[in-house]
Design a protein. Structure first.
Length: 281
């Protein structure tokens, strides 16, 4: 028994570098070899899935990218999953960017999903309108007349020369609106200046910290569902049956939390044993 207690005390004084290495391993390994831990979708994630599932082939979806590299780990996986769902249903996807970095995020997502996975045709199945400065003024312009904001797309092609732009003149012409937002301008502005005035069904995906800010719009019915951070991305991946970085990220996060809690418990036990020994002697 004494030898066992000695082991606990020694283990309780592990070099912090050893602990860092263990945490690094339990985070990295699930990213490359997902554990497939069960994921149950929340009502808000299910609502986003259901509204996209109701779209028909040929319907038009406007997806807005409002995030950059700093929030990419949280929002990019859910955006990729959403695009997979839209392209799987042969929905026409129109992409705009309210953030400069959003255009780079959109190009990366489209290359991964539209080009490499579903082999969609640019100009017929999807179009990247690109970025224009102006924040909510851009949203107001899109509600009024898209061609007042964008005369050409991100490639420099005139909108009138793009087949899928025929008959698409304003936000009201879309069947679905999704805002992938990390802040201002983003979800709130799309609700106020686009979804509410036009009546177009809108959903959103945000960072976890923004969920409380956006949730009142969800509860009021102005937004249909919300994907919150990496958990929301993992839930959406589970719903469409295509695990991705969101799922593996949640595996890594869950295992890391378990290991951290185990270290805390083990450290307290070690401290308790050592203190009892010091009192005894």
């Amino acid at each position: 028994m004494d030898k066992f207690l000695d082991f606990i005390v020694r283990a309780g004084s592990l070099d912090r570098r050893v602990i860092f290495v263990v945490i690094a391993l339990v985070v990295i390994i699930p990213l490359f070899f997902p554990l497939g831990l069960p994921i149950r979708a929340t009502n808000s994630s299910q609502a986003v899935y259901d509204v996209v599932e109701e779209l028909k082939a040929g319907d038009k979806a406007l997806v807005s990218f409002e995030y950059g590299p700093s929030t990419k780990p949280e929002i990019h996986p859910m955006t990729v999953a959403l695009l997979r769902h839209l392209f799987q249903k042969d929905v026409k996807v129109y992409i705009t960017c309210l953030w400069p970095d959003g255009q780079f995020m959109a190009l990366e997502a489209l290359e991964q999903v539209a080009d490499n996975q579903y082999h969609k045709v640019y100009g017929e199945d999807y179009v990247l309108l690109g970025y224009r400065p102006g924040a909510e003024a851009i949203i107001k312009g899109l509600v009024s007349n898209i061609r007042k904001v964008f005369t050409v797309d991100s490639r420099g092609d005139f909108l009138d020369d793009i087949p899928m732009m025929v008959g698409v003149n304003q936000v009201a012409d879309f069947d679905f609106l999704f805002s992938a937002s990390a802040g201002y301008p983003g979800t709130v502005e799309w609700v106020q200046y686009a979804a509410d005035p036009t009546g177009v069904t809108m959903s959103t995906g945000t960072t976890s910290i923004q969920v409380n800010e956006v949730m009142p719009y969800v509860q009021s019915g102005q937004i249909v569902g919300i994907l919150g951070g990496m958990p929301g991305a993992a839930e959406y991946e589970s719903l469409i049956g295509q695990p991705g970085i969101g799922t593996s990220g949640m595996d890594a996060q869950s295992v890391a939390h378990v290991v951290i809690v185990a270290f805390i418990i083990f450290g307290n036990i070690s401290f308790y044993v050592e203190r009892r020994r010091s009192k005894k002697y």
